[in-house]
Design a protein around this ligand. Structure first.
Ligand SMILES: Cc1cc2nc3c(=O)[nH]c(=O)nc-3n(C[C@H](O)[C@H](O)[C@H](O)COP(=O)(O)OP(=O)(O)OC[C@H]3O[C@@H](n4cnc5c(N)ncnc54)[C@H](O)[C@@H]3O)c2cc1C
Length: 464
C-alpha cells in the first residue's frame, strides 16, 4: 500500500473512532501485536483498539467496503498463530472491550465483553458462589473472546465440557458491519439454527465477538484430588479405563509421561519434587461436589488406583488441591527448562487409543532421535504431544520435523482422532487442514465464509 493510501486509510479510520489514541501506528507497538505465542509473526499496516461494539461494526463496514484484510486479536495468547495478521492490513485488538457487564446469580449467567481475562471472570463469579468451568492452562492471560473463537478447553472438560457448552448468547459484528445478537440469556434455546455454535470456534473468520452471555453453575463446595505414580504409561492408561468402568466421572484426569517427569524431577524446587511420585507415568485426578460425596468418591478412586499404582497421594480441600495443580502446571515450565524447543501438538485420540498413542510416539522418538514428551487430558484423549527440538537444530531439521508431524497426524486421523482438540488450526496446523477434512466439509466451510464475509476480509490466509 502506498504512503498516500495509508494516510487516507488512517484519516478515514480516525473518523470512526471516539478516541484518536485507539489508532496504533508506532512500529514498536505493531511489532508487539504481530504474533501470538506461536513463532510466526507478520506486521499489520496499523492496529485499532475500538472502545465499543458500534465502533467495531463501523470499522468492519469500512474494511468490507474497501476490501481490506482485518485480523482480530484477543489477548494474543493463542498457540497456533490464529491472531497473526499474515496478510497485513488492519489488526483489530479487542483490548478495550474488557468489562464484566453483569453477573446474575438468579439466572446463573454472566454478560461480558470479549477482552475479559478468563481467570478474572472465574474469580469474579466464584465470589458470588458461582462457577465458570472452562479452565485453559492459559486462563490468567487469555481472553473470553479468544476462548470462544477457539472453543477453548482445559482439564475440567472431562466432566464439564468445553467453552461451547457455556456460551448462551453472542453479540457479533459481521464482516459487512452489522451487529447481530444470536442465542440469548436462557440456558436452553432452540429457535432456528445453532448460530451461537457456528461462531464458537470460528477463529475470527466469521465475525468479531463483541459481547458474550455465559452460563454459570453453582460452585461445588468441596474438592479432592489424587496424585499417583505408575510403572509405565500402559499401567496409567489402564487405570483410567478402570475408573470409568467403575462408573466414576472425575472432573479431571491428567497424565504425564516419563520424559515430562524426568524434566520435573531435574528442574522443580524441592517442595514440588517431594510430591512427584515414583515411576514413569503420573496420573492426577480431581473430584468435586458436596463434601460427603467427594470424600466417598475419592476413597473409591483411591482403592482403584491402589491396585496398580506405585504410590498414591490424597489431597482434600482447596489449598492442597491448588498445590497439586500448581505442581501439574509446572511440568510445562520444567520442559521449557530443558532448553529444548517444545512443539506442542494438542492432538486428540479416542480414549481407548491412549496406549497405542504412547507406543506410537515412542516409535517416532526412536526413528527421529527427537525426544517426545506426552502429557495432558487423559480423560478425554486430548494428549499434548510435545516434540522437543534442540534450538540450534530447528532450522536445519525442519524437513525432518515436518515429516514427523505428518506421520503423527496421519496416524491420529487413521484412529479417527483429531489434529487439534483445543488450540485450533491457525497457521500452525494449516498444512494439515486438507488431510484432516473431507472436500465436502471444506466446501461447507467456504460456503459459510462467503455468505458471512463475501469479500473474505476476516483473518485471511487462514484455513478457509
Ligand atoms: C502456555 C499456554 C497454555 C495454553 N493452554 C491451553 C489450554 O489448556 N486449553 C486451550 O484450549 N488452549 C490453551 N492455550 C491456547 C490459548 O490460550 C487459547 O487458544 C485461548 O483461547 C486464546 O485466547 P486469546 O484471547 O489469547 O486469543 P488470541 O490468541 O488473541 O486469538 C485466538 C484466535 O481467536 C480469534 N479471536 C480472538 N478474539 C476474538 C473475538 N473477540 N472475536 C472473534 N475472533 C476472536 C483470533 O482471531 C484468533 O484466531 C494455551 C496457550 C498457552 C500459550
Amino acid at each position: 500500500m502506498s504512503n498516500q493510501k495509508i494516510d487516507s486509510l488512517k484519516s478515514d479510520l480516525l473518523s470512526l473512532l471516539s478516541d484518536p489514541s485507539s489508532l496504533i501506528t508506532e512500529e514498536e507497538k505493531l511489532q508487539a501485536l504481530s504474533k501470538d505465542e506461536w513463532f510466526v509473526s507478520a506486521m499489520p499496516q496499523l492496529a485499532l483498539e475500538p472502545s465499543n461494539a458500534q465502533e467495531v461494526a463501523s470499522i468492519l463496514a469500512y474494511a468490507h467496503q474497501h476490501a481490506i484484510a482485518l485480523t482480530t486479536r484477543g489477548a494474543g495468547y493463542g498457540y497456533v498463530g490464529g491472531a497473526t495478521p499474515i496478510h497485513g492490513g488492519i489488526l483489530l485488538s479487542t483490548a478495550r472491550l474488557n468489562k464484566i457487564l453483569q453477573i446474575h446469580p438468579g439466572d446463573a449467567i454472566a454478560i461480558v465483553e470479549p477482552a475479559v481475562i478468563t481467570g478474572q471472570l472465574a474469580e469474579a463469579v466464584r465470589q458470588e458462589g458461582l462457577f465458570y468451568p472452562p479452565d485453559p492452562a492459559s486462563l490468567h492471560h487469555c481472553s473470553i473472546g479468544g476462548n470462544i473463537a477457539t472453543n477453548a478447553g482445559g482439564p475440567r472438560c472431562l466432566k464439564y465440557g468445553v467453552t461451547r457448552h457455556y456460551v448462551l448468547g453472542l453479540q457479533v459484528a459481521l464482516a459487512t458491519g452489522e451487529l447481530v445478537e444470536v442465542g440469548g440469556r436462557t440456558h436452553k434455546n432452540k429457535t432456528g439454527f445453532d448460530l451461537v455454535g457456528m461462531f464458537v470456534g470460528s477463529e475470527g473468520l466469521l465475525g468479531v465477538i463483541t459481547q458474550a452471555t455465559l452460563r454459570l453453575l453453582p460452585r461445588p463446595p468441596a474438592r479432592a484430588m489424587l496424585s499417583a505414580g505408575f510403572e509405565n504409561m500402559q499401567e496409567a492408561a489402564q487405570a483410567v479405563q478402570s475408573i470409568f468402568s467403575a462408573g466414576y466421572l472425575p472432573s479431571a484426569v491428567e497424565v504425564a509421561d516419563h520424559f515430562t517427569l524426568k524434566a520435573a524431577r531435574e528442574d522443580l524446587p524441592k517442595n514440588f519434587q517431594q510430591h512427584i511420585p515414583p515411576g514413569k507415568a503420573h496420573l492426577l485426578l480431581e473430584v468435586d461436589g458436596q463434601e460427603a460425596s467427594v470424600i466417598s468418591e475419592i476413597e473409591g478412586l483411591k482403592n482403584i488406583l491402589d491396585t496398580s499404582a506405585l504410590q498414591v497421594e490424597k489431597a482434600l480441600g482447596e489449598s492442597s488441591c491448588d498445590f497439586l495443580w500448581a505442581l501439574r502446571r509446572s511440568f510445562s515450565m520444567a520442559l521449557r527448562a530443558t532448553g529444548l524447543i517444545k512443539l506442542n501438538e494438542d492432538i486428540v485420540v479416542p480414549r481407548s487409543r491412549l496406549c497405542d498413542l504412547v507406543a506410537f510416539t515412542e516409535r517416532l522418538q526412536a526413528e527421529s532421535g527427537f525426544p517426545i514428551a506426552c502429557f495432558g487430558h487423559a480423560g478425554d484423549g486430548n494428549i499434548h504431544v510435545n516434540i522437543m527440538i534442540p534450538a540450534q537444530e530447528k532450522e536445519q531439521q525442519q524437513e525432518k520435523i515436518d515429516l514427523l508431524l505428518e506421520k503423527l497426524f496421519q496416524q491420529v486421523i487413521q484412529w479417527k482422532g483429531a489434529i487439534t482438540g483445543e488450540h485450533g488450526i491457525g497457521l500452525a496446523k494449516l498444512p494439515w487442514w486438507k488431510m484432516a477434512t473431507s472436500p465436502q466439509v471444506r466446501s461447507l466451510h467456504r460456503a459459510l465464509k462467503s455468505a458471512l464475509d463475501p469479500h473474505h476480509i476476516l483473518n485471511p490466509g487462514k484455513f478457509v
